[in-house]
Design a protein around this ligand. Structure first.
Ligand code: 0A1
Ligand code: ZN
Length: 849
C-alpha cells in the first residue's frame, strides 16, 4: 500500500542523489505470486551531491537478503524504501526481493495480463520491482536475465543470450529506471526490418497474443514511417539493433516508450479494417510515432526530475503532431488538435486542477500526466517555433541534441539552446511554463482613412496555482481580408508582450476584416467582436483554413446559444455559408466533415460559464438536437447527394483521402437518419465491410430508436473481439438519451463481459458516461452517484485509473446549487472511503477545494 499521509514534493527542493550508478544487473525468476528479483548494483559517491544518505525506493517488496560488497547488511525499512549505512567509496549493493505480479492490479511495476508478465515503470513503478534510486536523474546501464517457462522473454536493449526458459539482455544506453521493461509470455511476433540512415540494420517486432497476428500490419508500417520521418525531419536515427513493441490488454495509459521495448495498450496498436475505425487508425499511427520519437526526446535526453515532464512530453506531442501533419492533412490535424485542447485542456486550466505546464509541487506524480503538461506543453513549443522561425527552431534542436545527449535535462536547458541559437531573451516567454491559466485576448479595432488599428489586451484570470499572472509573450498570426473577399494582407506574426498593445496597418483601400490567431497561433481565448456577416465573410473567404473553420465554429456556437436563449431561429446566412463550404468539391472532404461538426455540449457549457451564466445541461442538449434538426431540414437536398458522392468504391484503406470521404458521408448519414427512420443507416450497417461504416451506422440506428436488433447483431458478430466489444459497450452509453444514460451504464455493468478491472472496459462505460454531458449531469444525480460508486470500487484495485477519472467532476462548480450539492456529497463520500489511495485523495481534494 502507498503511504496514506499526503506528502507534497516541491521543485525547489531538488537535490541530486548522493550516489552514481555504474552498472545494474538484474535476475528475474518469474512465478505469478512469488517472483524473485536479484539485483547487483555498482554505486559510487556522487561528487556533485551534498547529501550522502543512501536511500533506495522500494514499495510492496519482501526483502530476502541484502549485502554490501558481499557482507550482509540490515537496512532500516519503511513503506517507501530503505536506508543503509554505506562506505564512502565505490561499493556493490546486492539484494534479493520477492514480489507478487499476479496480485498487482494497480498495473504499475511488474504485473500480469492474460497470463503474460509485463511492466509499467513510469513514473515510479520500478520501486515495486526492486530497491533502487527510482528517480529520472539516476541513469545506468542495465543487464537483465529472465528465467521462466515462457517462449518469449524480453527486456530493453540488445539480446545477449537466449536459451529455452532463459534470456539475457544488455542495454548499452544509460537510462533511468522508469524506462526499464520486461515482458514474458506466449506471444507471437510480426517481424520486419529497417535500415537507418547510418546503415544500421534494425530488426523490428510487434509482439501480440496468438490470434491477433492479423492486426499488426498497420502498426508496423506506422513504425517504419516514424523511423524514416525522424531521420528526415530531425536527423535522428535509431540506436539499437532491435526495436520491439508489445501489445498488452491491461494498461492504464496509451503506451510507454521503454528503451527498445515499447509497451502498448492493445487498443492503440492493433488494427484491422473490419475491427478498427479510421479514427483508430489515425490515433495508432500517432501514438506509435509518439513512443518512437521518445527515443530521442525522453530517452536519450531525459528529465532531471518529474517537474520537467513537459520537457519530454510537450516536445514529443509537438513532434508527433508535425508527423501527422506530414502524413495526412495539416489543417485537419490542426483543427482536431484544437478541438481536443479546448475540450480537455481548457477546462483543466480554468478549474480547480489548474497547474502550470511545469508544475511546482505535487503529491502523486501520476496525477500530472495531464492535458496541460502534454497538449499545452506542445502548444508552447509551437509558439516558440513561430516566434523564432522554422530555421532557427531546427538549429536550436540540433544544439539541444548535441549538447544534452545523455543528460537528464530541465526546461532551463531547453530554453537556453533557443537563447544561444537566436540571441533572444526568453525570460518572459518562460512564463508559459510557470504560469497556470488560459489567457483571454480581447481585440478592439478602429479604421480611419487608410489605417486599421488593432488594440489587443491580454488577461489571465488568477488561480490558486498562479495568483498574480504577468503578461505573456503571445505570437498572434494575423491576416486581413478585404470586403470583396481578397486577402489584402497575408499572414504575419504579431508579437504581443505587454498587457495591452496596439498594431497599425496602413495603406488600406477599405476597412478589412481581421483574421486573428490564424492556425490558432496561441492557446488563448479570443474575444473579437465581429458581426455575423463578417464571420460569414470569413467562412467564405479566409485563406487560413483554421480561421475559416473557426468562423463557422463561432457561428455555430452563437446559433446554439441563440437557441438556448431565444428559441429555434438560425440565421439563414450562416446556413447558406455552411452549405457553400460543405458542397465545395475543391475542398478536402475531411475538412468539410469538420465544418459539419458542432461544438460539443460541454463546450457550450463552458461558453455559458464564461459569460457568467449557469449552464443547464438539459437546455444545452435540447439546443444541440434542435440545431441538428435545422441542419437536416435546411441541407436536406445536399445530404443525399453528398452521401452518395462520397462513397468509397476502392478496397478499404485507412489513409487520409478515404477516411475523409467516409467522415463526410457519415456526417451526412447522421443527419439523414433524423428524417428517414435510419433506413439508409440500416442499409449501410448491413453492407459495411469496415468498422468505420458499421459503427457510424449503428450509432445512427440507436439514435433513431432502431438499435436493439443492430446491437444484438453486432454483439453476436464481435463477442470474441475485446477491442470491438469495448466499442459496443461505449457506444450504448454515448448514444443513450440523457435520462437513460446512467441506467444504460448500470445495466452494462451487469453484462458478463463487463470486466471492470480492465481499464479499457471500465473506461468504455464510465469514461463515456462522464463525457455524456446531459446524461452525466442529469438533474436526478444518477450519473454522479453511479460514477462515484464505481470509482470507490475501482480505487481499491487501480488507483491510477481511478484518479484520472475523478477529473469528470472538475467542472462541478459551474452548475446550479442542486447539482453542486449532489456532486459535493459524492466527492465527500469517495473522500471518506477508508484506505482511499493517495492518487484519488489528491485529485478529489483539489477538485473539492
Ligand atoms: N510516457 C508515456 C505515457 C505514460 C505515462 C505514465 C504512465 O504511467 C503513469 C504510463 C504511460 C507517453 O507519453 O506515451
Ligand atoms: Zn509521451
Amino acid at each position: 500500500m502507498k503511504d496514506a499521509a499526503p506528502q507534497t514534493i516541491y521543485l525547489s527542493d531538488y537535490s541530486p542523489f548522493g550516489y552514481l550508478v555504474d552498472s545494474v544487473s538484474l535476475i528475474f525468476d518469474l512465478a505469478p505470486h512469488t517472483t524473485r528479483v536479484k539485483s547487483r548494483i555498482a554505486f559510487r559517491p556522487n561528487p556533485d551531491a551534498t547529501d550522502g544518505t543512501f536511500f533506495l525506493h522500494g514499495e510492496a517488496l519482501t526483502l530476502i537478503s541484502a549485502t554490501i560488497d558481499g557482507a550482509p547488511v540490515s537496512p532500516d525499512i519503511t513503506p517507501q524504501g530503505l536506508i543503509c549505512a554505506v562506505p564512502d567509496a565505490p561499493f556493490v549493493w546486492e539484494s534479493e526481493v520477492e514480489i507478487d505480479p499476479a496480485n498487482n492490479t494497480a498495473l504499475e511495476g511488474l504485473y500480469m495480463s492474460n497470463g503474460m508478465y509485463c511492466t509499467q515503470c513510469e513514473a515510479e513503478g520500478f520501486r515495486k520491482i526492486t530497491y533502487y534510486p527510482d528517480r529520472p536523474d539516476v541513469m545506468a546501464i542495465f543487464d537483465v536475465t529472465i528465467n521462466g517457462p515462457h517462449p518469449v522473454l524480453l527486456s530493453n536493449g540488445n539480446p545477449v543470450k537466449s536459451a529455452p526458459d532463459t534470456a539475457q539482455w544488455h542495454d548499452p544506453w544509460p537510462k533511468p529506471a522508469y524506462l526499464f521493461a520486461l515482458v514474458a509470455g506466449d506471444l507471437v511476433a510480426h517481424s520486419d526490418s529497417f535500415t537507418t540512415m547510418e546503415g544500421r540494420h534494425v530488426a523490428l517486432n510487434l509482439y501480440v497474443r496468438p490470434g491477433d497476428e492479423g492486426k499488426c500490419d498497420f502498426g508496423m508500417r506506422a513504425l517504419k514511417a516514424s523511423m524514416k520521418w525522424d531521420e528526415d525531419v530531425y536527423g535522428r536515427a535509431y540506436d539499437l539493433d532491435l526495436f520491439n513493441i508489445v501489445a498488452v490488454d491491461d494498461f492504464n495509459m496509451g503506451a510507454m516508450e521503454n528503451k527498445g521495448l515499447n509497451i502498448f495498450n492493445s487498443s492503440v496498436v492493433l488494427a484491422s479494417p473490419e475491427t478498427s475505425t479510421d479514427m483508430n487508425f489515425e490515433r495508432i499511427e500517432a501514438i506509435i510515432a509518439h513512443e518512437y520519437f521518445h527515443n530521442w526526446t525522453g530517452n536519450r535526453i531525459t528529465c532531471r526530475d518529474w517537474f520537467q515532464l513537459c520537457l519530454k512530453e510537450g516536445l514529443t506531442v509537438f513532434r508527433d503532431s508535425q508527423f501527422t501533419c506530414d502524413m495526412r492533412s495539416a489543417p485537419v490535424k490542426r483543427i482536431s488538435d484544437v478541438i481536443d485542447l479546448r475540450a480537455r485542456q481548457f477546462p483543466e486550466d480554468q478549474g480547480p486542477l489548474a497547474h502550470p505546464v511545469r508544475p511546482e509541487s505535487f503529491q502523486e506524480i501520476n496525477n500530472f500526466y495531464t492535458a496541460t503538461v502534454y497538449e499545452k506543453g506542445a502548444e508552447v513549443i509551437g509558439m516558440l517555433r513561430r516566434l523564432v522561425g522554422d530555421a532557427a527552431y531546427a538549429r536550436a534542436l540540433d544544439l539541444y541534441f548535441d549538447r544534452h545527449d545523455g543528460d537528464a535535462a530541465t526546461i532551463e536547458d531547453w530554453l537556453q539552446v533557443f537563447e544561444d541559437t537566436t540571441d533572444r531573451d526568453l525570460s518572459q516567454f518562460k512564463r508559459w511554463y510557470t504560469q497556470a491559466g488560459t489567457p483571454h485576448l480581447h481585440v478592439s479595432e478602429s479604421f480611419e482613412l487608410d489605417t486599421l488599428t488593432l488594440t489587443l489586451r491580454q488577461e489571465t484570470p488568477p488561480s490558486a496555482a498562479t495568483p498574480a499572472p504577468a503578461p505573456l509573450v503571445i505570437p498572434i498570426a494575423l491576416g486581413l481580408i478585404g470586403p470583396d473577399g481578397e486577402e489584402v494582407l497575408d499572414t504575419r506574426v504579431l508579437e504581443m508582450t505587454k498587457a495591452e498593445q496596439s498594431f497599425r496597418f496602413t495603406g488600406l483601400d477599405a476597412q478589412p476584416i481581421a483574421s486573428i490567431l490564424r492556425g490558432f497561433s496561441a492557446p488563448v481565448i479570443l474575444h473579437h467582436d465581429l458581426s455575423d456577416a463578417d464571420r460569414v465573410h470569413l467562412l467564405a473567404h479566409d485563406t487560413d483554413p483554421f480561421n475559416r473553420w473557426e468562423a463557422g465554429r463561432t457561428l455555430a456556437r452563437k446559433a446554439l446559444l441563440g437557441i438556448i436563449e431565444r428559441g429555434t431561429q438560425v440565421d439563414a446566412a450562416y446556413l447558406n455559408g455552411l452549405r457553400a463550404v460543405i458542397t465545395d468539391e475543391r475542398l478536402d472532404p475531411a475538412y468539410r466533415a469538420l465544418m459539419m461538426g458542432l461544438p460539443s455540449q460541454s463546450d457550450l457549457a463552458s461558453a455559458l460559464h464564461e459569460r457568467g451564466q449557469t449552464p443547464d445541461p438539459a437546455a444545452i442538449h435540447y439546443a444541440s438536437e434542435a440545431m441538428r434538426d435545422i441542419l437536416a431540414s435546411h441541407l436536406a437536398d445536399d445530404l443525399q447527394a453528398l452521401y452518395h458522392a462520397h462513397q468509397v468504391s476502392e478496397p478499404y484503406q485507412p489513409d487520409a483521402d478515404q477516411s475523409g470521404q467516409r467522415a463526410l458521408s457519415n456526417a451526412m448519414l447522421s443527419l439523414i437518419s433524423r428524417t428517414d427512420g435510419a433506413a439508409l443507416a440500416m442499409r449501410q450497417f448491413q453492407g459495411a465491410d469496415n468498422m468505420t461504416q458499421q459503427l457510424a451506422a449503428l450509432a445512427c440506428g440507436i439514435r433513431a430508436g432502431q438499435g436493439d436488433e443492430m446491437l444484438a447483431h453486432f454483439e453476436a458478430q464481435w463477442k470474441d473481439d475485446r477491442l470491438v466489444m469495448d466499442k459496443w459497450f461505449g457506444l450504448q452509453v454515448h448514444e443513450a438519451a440523457p435520462e437513460n444514460a446512467a441506467a444504460v451504464a448500470k445495466k452494462l455493468t451487469e453484462h458478463p463481459d463487463f470486466n471492470w478491472k480492465n481499464p479499457n472496459r471500465f473506461r468504455s462505460v464510465f469514461g463515456m458516461l462522464a463525457m455524456h454531458h446531459a446524461g452525466f449531469h442529469h438533474a436526478s444525480g444518477a450519473g454522479y452517484r453511479l460514477l462515484a460508486d464505481w470509482l470507490i470500487r475501482l480505487d481499491a484495485v487501480n488507483p491510477q485509473t481511478t484518479a484520472r477519472m475523478c477529473s469528470a467532476f472538475q467542472t462541478w462548480r459551474r452548475y446550479d446549487p442542486d447539482r453542486q450539492a449532489i456532486i459535493k456529497e459524492q466527492l465527500d463520500r469517495i473522500l471518506g472511503t477508508e484506505g482511499l489511495s493517495r492518487d484519488s485523495a489528491e485529485m478529489l481534494t483539489r477538485i473539492r477545494g
